[in-house]
Design a protein around this ligand. Sequence first.
Ligand SMILES: [Fe+2]
Length: 153
Amino acid sequence: MEIGISKENVNKVGDILQKVLSNQHVLYQKLRNFHWNVTGKEFIELHKFFEDSYNSLSDDIDVVAERIRSLGLNAKGTMAEYLELADLKESPGKYPDAGSMTKELLNNNELLIVQLRESSNLCGDLGDSGNEDVLIGLMENHEKQAWMLRSMT
Ligand SMILES: [Fe+2]
């Protein structure tokens, strides 16, 4: 395979994308959890918002996995690998109130914005402008999510 990026750099970009994919899966499952378990006066609004959010994240997840495949690498596809690689944390057995859910999601989105900003720059430095562009697009999606969550809290 010859796409104008050294094998070493392809592997580095692959590692960056696998981390993004892992964090996306933790956030995706968290959104489903919150969609199911949210309670309170804003139930319908948040129940729907969380559903819209995980559906849009599902599209992003597929993009990242297929970008990894386009580099000639396997896309990690197991929960065990995601949980090992992800920075986002889960809280098994805990069912936060609606306000804590939106705060936690805001926090997670901001962490991903910072990480995607750094990762996109790194892809540029590694000569992979395609994945730099993809990660900038993802960052913009999380910036919008963060804005909406911030407006709710
Ligand atoms: Fe549902």
